[in-house]
Design a protein around this ligand. Structure first.
Ligand code: 26W
Length: 832
């Protein structure tokens, strides 16, 4: 029997022996890779596929995060800090491998190890399917926030849904968007850990029973007609060059009983699996809409599904600390990422009152202390309202609870604002007008201790418009936290050459202290050698993107031309079609005078349209149709190229932002809550042409008005024009250039003579023009001419580009997360 000493020696030697499993040296990495290929993938090199090799590498990297996770969890159990929870229906993570290598600081040794094995890191990086568990801004912001939480060492858990199918893959066929199912899991996902023992049950439908329990206490029992199991899948979120690793816990829905043997015995095979099939639908697919509301029952079911699993899990972890359920807010601060998880307010009340027997008032205090709500849009059509019949049928108990919350809330309102019945009706959680519905934004406001917008203008407009009455009732709840983006993925990973130049000029602290450090670049803006390096890097990024454009679209673009980029979800308020009006105006100029000396430009568009959003899909067709003509026009002779880059996602975005000269942020003032692409472009040295909307305003303040191309009506001017009756025809009548542009589009020139196709678009501009394109057209055109002139002066353009990067440090998501942590969550980094 080995003695303790021998056993310890053996353990140390095995630990000593196993150290290579988390070693960071080329030798350790090589050994781990080969072992994972054999012992995890069960493959020898000779027959290993590229996916086998990719998975072996992924496990090798994952091993070097797992032991950190274990240490973190242990530390959390010992120190019991308050934990931030980010509840979001979307997490647009992007590919893991490159980012994890960067955060662990092992990109070079891994590249070396693979080289020695005759393999290319780039080759394996390209093998990864990106997890597209989000639509756009809101989902990507959640991912950037998770990166910053880990890098700042703040204990946090992201809670969401493990969609089997994420955002669709976009193909362009004959100029039209075509959606393809996103089978991101079909080759396996090495970055998640299946936690079958971490599971919770979620009820749906049925009815409630009201009774008094043995202690005579009034209780409610919910008798559901369906119960589904939610099972956890954990994805590790590493911090940058720190020990901390946080968790992203995503829920998959499964049947409680995945096979009905009794049905099978009676030969009813479909019945036998019906339960399984139905139960899995709750986490089957991401709704591909970002803004227009869908009001589909399954969407509400998805929301209660992940919210209920997450709150039950929070209670489990909290009670494991030996705490009382009503003290849940001592362990967790929960952020509601828009209204999509706002059912959480009613669900926590149900869990505390019905399941834990806590008194209503006590439970309500706990709930309000737990939650904070972030609003990401002012568009009325995006504010979630659930018709009572749908809501009541699916969530009968929650509706009762919401009625009770509302009764008490309106009593409060009436007593604080006696006689102001219209106020009560306006703020009620139930919209009594027409088809009665539950106003989820109102539930979120009443049930939260803080409400924030995502940029200064947006937060002001929230207080002046959609949430004006709540601001009047609870002014202290309202604050602004301007969005941010992670400099790890959006500079260091996607633009390594620029990152190296910055590090060689100001040191490497900038990557985690962007706000304090990046500004040091200013002093290099006038240094010709530095400027030359800066330009060379942009040129190389542009050449790489030009090659990718050729590969994906067959269109050849000139890397010396001005790369003018507009990439974001397609939406009328984002005004991709305003850029098209500009392009057609330029085209008309050339057709009028082919010898015209214009600044060669490559117009790069990218973005998905919600499948059911016809106007947005027509805008894509307009872009590709105009491109077809302009790109092949002899008079233009390649001086203008129009490209629609298909399948805009995180992977492709990482190629586009570093290669851009001009960032298009041209939404109607007052419509874009913040924007985050604007920040990514500026951080990669692109100059912005934009309106005073969302975070554009703060970017312009940061970089200086000389380094920003401003145009268009302000939010106030837009509101005034609308209020005084805006007639787009006026602009059509008084602006010949605009008239010629719209007539050309309506003529069918861009569509083989068939003018009807774009008629709906031209008509909507002439009749309503809801987003005031015609009003901003002239100002935009003149601004674009200023851009064209400025680009010709390479030296001053480069200086402006450097100053842009130097001055946008505040748009790091680290700064935003520090604000959430200090102003809302009251959580602190945990020292290791
Ligand atoms: C109900 C369907 C639906 C789905 C998603 C409605 C609304 C949404 C999101 C709120 C839309 C969204 O992504 N909003 C964007 O959020 C970003 C992060 O805060 C902002 O930067 C963008 O301005 C905002 O449009």
């Amino acid at each position: 029997m080995a003695t303790i000493a021998q056993a310890r020696k053996q353990k140390d030697s095995s630990e000593e022996g196993a150290a290579y499993r988390t070693g960071m040296s080329v030798a350790d990495l090589k050994r781990s890779f080969e072992e994972n290929l054999l012992f995890v993938q069960g493959r020898v090199r000779r027959i290993a596929s590229r996916n086998d090799l990719y998975l072996a590498l992924a496990y090798t990297v994952r091993d070097r995060m797992l032991h950190r996770l274990a240490a973190n969890l242990q530390h959390l159990v010992q120190t019991q800090p308050r934990i931030a929870c980010y509840l979001s229906a979307e997490f647009l993570l992007g590919p893991h491998l490159g980012n994890n290598l960067l955060c662990l600081g092992i990109t070079d040794p891994v590249r070396e190890a693979l080289n020695e094995l005759g393999l290319s890191l780039e080759d394996l990086l390209a093998q990864e399917e990106e997890p597209g568990l989000g639509n756009g801004g809101l989902g990507r912001l959640a991912a950037c926030f998770m990166d910053s939480l880990a890098t700042l060492g703040i204990p946090a858990i992201g809670f969401g849904i493990r969609y089997e199918f994420g955002i669709f893959d976009q193909r362009i066929h004959d100029g039209w968007q075509v959606e393809r199912t996103d089978e991101w899991l079909h080759l396996g996902n090495p970055w998640e850990i299946h936690r079958p023992e971490i599971a919770h049950y979620v009820k749906f439908g049925g009815y409630t029973e009201h009774y008094h329990d043995e202690k005579g206490q009034y209780r409610v029992r919910w008798v559901p007609n369906r119960v589904v199991k939610g099972v956890a899948y954990d994805t590790l979120v590493p911090g940058y060059r720190v020990e901390s690793v946080n968790l992203l816990r995503l829920w998959k829905s499964e049947a409680v009983e995945s096979f009905d043997f009794a049905a099978f015995n009676t030969g009813d095979y479909f019945q036998a699996v019906e339960e399984k099939v139905h139960s899995e639908t709750f986490s089957k697919i991401l709704y591909p809409n970002d803004e227009p509301l869908i009001g589909k029952k399954l969407r509400l079911a998805q929301q209660i599904f992940f919210v209920s699993c997450s709150l039950q899990e929070m209670l489990r972890l909290h009670l494991a600390r030996g705490r009382k359920p009503e003290k849940l807010y001592e362990t967790f601060a929960a952020q509601l990422n828009d209204t999509h998880p706002s059912i959480a307010v009613a669900e926590l009340m149900r869990l505390l009152v019905d399941e834990h027997g806590i008194g209503w008032d006590r439970a309500w205090q706990t709930t309000q202390k737990m939650f904070a709500y972030t609003n990401h849009t002012l568009l009325p059509e995006a504010l979630e309202k659930w018709p009572l019949p749908v809501f009541g049928a699916l969530l009968p108990r929650h509706l009762e609870i919401i009625y009770e919350i509302n009764r008490r809330f309106l009593d409060e309102v009436r007593s604080s604002h006696p006689g102001d019945d219209s106020l009560a009706a306006r703020v009620s959680l139930i919209d009594e007008a027409g088809a009665k519905s539950v106003r989820m934004a109102h539930l979120a406001c009443v049930g939260s201790s803080a409400v924030n917008g995502v940029a200064a203008l947006h937060s002001e407009l929230l207080k002046k418009t959609v949430l004006r009455d709540f601001y009047q009732l609870y002014p202290g709840k309202f604050l602004n936290v301007t969005n941010g983006v992670t400099p790890r993925r959006w500079i260091a990973l996607s633009n390594p050459r620029l990152a190296d130049l910055i590090t060689s000029s100001i040191g490497e602290r900038w990557i985690t202290r962007l706000e304090d450090e990046l500004i040091k670049l200013e002093r290099h803006a006038k240094d010709p050698a530095f400027c030359a390096q800066w330009r060379a890097i942009k040129q190389e990024n542009k050449r790489n993107l030009a090659a990718l454009i050729e590969l994906r679209t067959g269109i050849t673009v000139d890397p010396e031309s001005l790369f003018d980029c507009l990439v974001k979800r397609i939406h009328e308020y984002k005004r991709q079609h305003l850029q098209v009006l500009h392009i057609v105006a330029l085209y008309n100029r050339i057709k009028r005078d082919p010898a015209l000396d214009i600044t060669p430009r490559t117009f790069l568009f990218g973005g998905k349209s919600a499948p059911g959003y016809a106007a947005a899909k027509l805008i894509i067709k307009l872009i590709t149709s105009v491109g077809e003509v302009v790109n092949n026009d002899r008079d233009v002779n390649g001086r203008l190229k129009v490209v629609f880059f298909p399948d805009f996602n995180v992977t492709n975005a990482q190629w586009i932002y570093p290669a851009a000269d001009l960032s298009e942020q041209i939404s109607t003032a007052g419509k874009e809550a913040s924007g985050t692409g604007n920040m990514k472009f500026a951080m990669n040295g692109a100059l912005t042409i934009g309106t005073l909307d969302g975070a554009n305003i703060e970017i312009r303040e940061a970089v200086g008005s000389d380094n920003f191309f401003l145009f268009g009506l302000t939010e106030e001017e837009v509101a005034k024009r609308k209020a005084s009756g805006y007639d787009p025809r006026q602009y059509y009548g008084s602006n010949a250039v605009l008239r010629e542009v719209l007539e050309k589009i309506a003529s069918g020139v861009f569509n083989n003579g068939n003018g009807n196709l774009f008629a709906p678009l031209v008509d909507s501009l002439l009749q309503r023009d809801d987003y005031m394109l015609l009003a901003d057209f002239q100002s935009y055109l003149e601004c674009q001419d200023r851009v064209a002139a400025a680009f010709r002066d390479a030296r001053s353009w480069t200086m402006k580009s450097i100053l842009n990067v130097a001055r946008v440090g505040r748009f790091s998501s680290d700064r935003a997360i520090r604000e959430y942590a200090e102003k809302i969550w009251k959580v602190n980094p945990v020292a290791r």
